[in-house]
Design a protein. Structure first.
Length: 763
């Protein structure tokens, strides 16, 4: 009897596993409510089973151990768009004003066993609370693409088990924390696309476990610390900041170094030529000088080397050795003189070499005269000397002013002390320059608006008028060897301008009568179209422009030359060594969709009929997509369709926007089916659309490269939007904004899936 009583007491005091699970379930439901019921958590609605048994997807994953949640991954659909020029995250579609990030984090802390927490694109806004440190078991924290602002809370440093911290694409705008060396296990630190200011603290270099450091697209400035102490660092990304020091010594195991678009100065250290693991080095758009180490070009693993747009000078040795893995070299827009080394001047298809805008003796029509580089170097030295003199003068002047102030202060003190009984102390009034009622947040937003207003002038190529003689010289008299092809838009030639710039020249024959004045207005409209994903229009030439009637005359449009072929060629399998994975294709499609959306809504409101097809999508050396032959109808179209009127005029009918959507649907379709589409007509592709309805059909029709590199959810999103674009009813087709949103969402889903697979393989 006593034994039974003891057994009953033991049973009564054993903690209830079901009660614990119920508690955790309530927390998850509360989080869903606080996040305002995101679609990725819709599966939790009316679900009566154990949440730990839910199958994971790219948008939601819950893992448990001992009836406690250990992993929570949620990807929302509240996209945060990042400016391509300023690097600032711009909030779009965040959670409502009633959302409280403090209450949200408090709820999260009721999951004390969490080891992995990933909350991406959920519209979470507000300053991140200190209480996040209560999740003491965290090993991975990813809060990217949200709307958090202010400083990164110091309490995060108490998460001693953390090995991955990702806060990309938020509004954090204070300095990079100085307490980062408190982490003893951190391997990945990514704070990209925020507004972080000040210097990179030396404490970063004390995180001995760090392998990836990404601080690009911020407002960082000043001197770099000595990264050589980070003996395990493989990836360093500091692009697009305001860093202005000399380059420090780098870790010997570095694989990727992205330091472009800063203000680095001085010489490239010889130590860079000893980084045997280095594969990708980008030092472009800085102020680096001197002659680069010859060993850079022969590093055993180097495949990408970009030194463009610096003030590098001297002569590269003719016996320079180049690595067998080198695929891209850019030394253009520097002050190099002498001969181009033989390993860079070969016509091998395996390596792309850019060397224009120097003073090299090779191909002189594409180079400056030697005196140009000598004078530029001389001016640089003089400027440096003047800067030193100015600094010395400023220091001496400051000392003199301080001395005068001290003397003046002593005299005033003596004067006032003798007249204290006669004087009254008047309060000092300081008038602020900030108008009353204007908040600091509004001023910050005004700063973003000011930056956005400059987008029309940033990165735009200089547009100019060309003479027919210039174009004849550039194409060797329009020689057949320079002929690239012919289509409905006229013949296309490759040329090289006198300054070394490679160009593509489109010869358009005008059929309709049009006055030169009207034609020049059209060309002026076309010249205003600048976008990172449009082939840059450099200028034009009117053949026979002295006559007022341009009927039967030609217009030559001069574009930048994009070297890596067109999208259709890559999809056809012509380059097996350059296979486009699903994630690559999504980035190309997103780029083109951004360009077309700009054409529909940008400088020329309603620019449609944009010749959307895969062979008009060109890829540069970085596989960045650029749309060609856009807006040509502005020049060749009927006069009635393009009247020079007020701001409200449109070049063509609004219904044509659906033509662009429909044509883009075929681009999506070819991206899905790959080589099977080569040489097939529209009817064939439309018939094959039915195959997407089943898994067997997809396996039969979808490109195997896509099937083996995509997540099913990402693929389904693109298939769905493709079907809508190709709807026979124009009114049923989506807007281009809708198309772009779906593609960006598919890319986010795919990126999460890829990261999960990488994490699993590492584990």
């Amino acid at each position: 009897m006593g034994y039974l009583c003891m057994l009953l007491l033991v049973v009564l005091f054993i903690p209830s596993t079901n009660a614990l699970q119920t508690s955790q379930t309530q927390v998850l439901l509360q989080l869903r409510k606080q996040l305002e019921f995101p679609s990725s958590l819709q599966i939790l609605e009316n679900y009566n089973g154990d949440f730990c048994s839910l199958s994971s997807s790219a948008r939601m994953s819950i893992s448990c151990q001992d009836s406690s949640v250990t992993q929570l991954k949620i990807m929302g659909d509240k996209l945060v768009k990042v400016s391509e020029f300023s690097g600032f995250a711009i909030r779009n579609n965040s959670l409502s004003e009633s959302f409280s990030i403090d209450s949200f984090v408090t709820t999260l802390t009721r999951l004390p066993s969490l080891r992995v927490l990933s909350l991406v694109s959920l519209g979470i806004w507000g300053p991140l609370p200190d209480k996040i440190h209560r999740l003491s078991s965290l090993e991975l924290l990813d809060l990217s693409s949200n709307c958090m602002y202010g400083s990164i809370p110091p309490a995060i440093s108490r998460l001693v088990k953390l090995h991955t911290l990702v806060l990309d694409g938020n509004y954090f705008n204070e300095s990079v924390p100085a307490w980062l060396d408190s982490f003893s296990n951190l391997t990945i630190l990514s704070l990209k696309s925020n507004g972080l200011k000040g210097q990179i603290p030396f404490s970063v270099c004390k995180i001995k476990t760090l392998t990836n450091l990404a601080l690009s697209h911020n407002e960082l400035s000043g001197k770099l610390p000595d990264f050589s102490t980070l003996t395990g660092l493989h990836v360093l990304d500091l692009r697009e900041n305001h860093l202005d020091s000399e380059l420090p010594v780098m870790p010997e195991v570095l694989v990727t170094a992205l330091l472009s678009k800063n203000s680095f100065s001085g010489k490239i250290p010889d130590q860079f030529g000893k980084l045997s693991q280095l594969q990708h080095l980008d030092l472009s758009f800085n102020h680096l000088s001197g002659t680069p180490p010859a060993a850079l070009f022969s590093l055993p693993n180097i495949s990408y080397l970009n030194l463009a747009s610096n003030v590098l000078s001297g002569s590269l040795p003719n016996e320079l050795s180049c690595s067998g893995k080198l695929g891209f070299v850019d030394i253009s827009s520097n002050k190099f003189m002498g001969r181009l080394p033989s390993c860079l001047s070969s016509n091998s298809d395996k390596v792309v070499v850019k060397f224009g805008e120097n003073c090299l003796s090779i191909d002189s029509q594409h180079q400056h005269q030697g005196s140009y580089c000598e004078e530029a170097i001389k001016r640089g030295k003089q400027s440096k000397g003047r800067k030193i003199a100015v600094v010395v003068a400023v220091i001496l002047g400051a000392c003199l002013v301080m001395l005068l102030l001290v003397v003046g202060a002593l005299l005033l003190c003596r004067k006032f002390s003798s007249r204290t009984h006669k004087q009254h102390i008047l309060p000092k009034l300081v008038q602020e320059n900030i108008p009353a009622g204007v908040s600091s947040e509004l001023l910050a937003n005004a700063r973003l608006i000011s930056q956005a207003s400059k987008l029309g002038t940033q990165g735009a190529p200089v547009y100019r008028l060309f003479t027919f003689e210039e174009l004849k010289e550039a194409t060797n008299g329009f020689d057949s060897s320079r002929f690239l092809g012919e289509g409905s838009m006229g013949k296309l030639y490759r040329g090289r301008l006198e300054n070394g710039t490679s160009v593509a020249i489109r010869a358009l024959s005008l059929v309709k009568k049009c006055s030169n004045q009207n034609l020049k207005v059209r060309l002026d409209q076309l010249s205003k179209l600048h976008h990172p994903h449009l082939v840059g229009l450099l200028g034009h030439c009117l053949d026979g422009s002295g006559q007022d009637d341009s009927s039967g005359k030609k217009v030559f449009l001069v574009y930048e030359y994009v070297p890596n072929g067109n999208y259709r060629t890559h999809l056809s399998g012509s380059f097996p060594e350059k296979v486009l994975k699903w994630s690559d294709r999504l980035q190309i499609l997103i780029g083109v969709a951004k360009a077309v959306h700009f054409l529909h809504t940008g400088v020329i409101t309603g620019c449609f009929n944009n010749q959307l097809k895969t062979n008009n999508i060109l890829l540069d050396e970085h596989r960045i997509a650029k749309l060609s032959d856009y807006g040509v109808f502005i020049v060749t179209g009927e006069i009635e369709k393009f009247q020079v009127k007020g701001k409200g005029s449109k070049p063509c009918q609004q219904t044509n926007v659906q033509d662009d959507v429909y044509n883009f649907g075929f681009i999506l379709l070819e991206s899905l089916v790959g080589p099977i589409a080569t040489g097939k007509g529209e009817a064939f592709l439309l018939n094959e659309m039915a195959s997407f309805g089943s898994q067997d059909g997809r396996r039969r029709i979808v490109d195997p490269v896509v099937l083996t590199t995509c997540s099913q959810e990402s693929l389904s999103i693109v298939i769905s939007i493709t079907k809508r674009c190709l709807s026979p009813e124009p009114s049923s087709r989506p807007s281009f904004e809708d198309v772009l949103w779906n593609l960006q969402y598919a890319a986010q889903v795919q990126a999460t899936s890829d990261a999960d697979q990488k994490s699993d393989s590492t584990s």
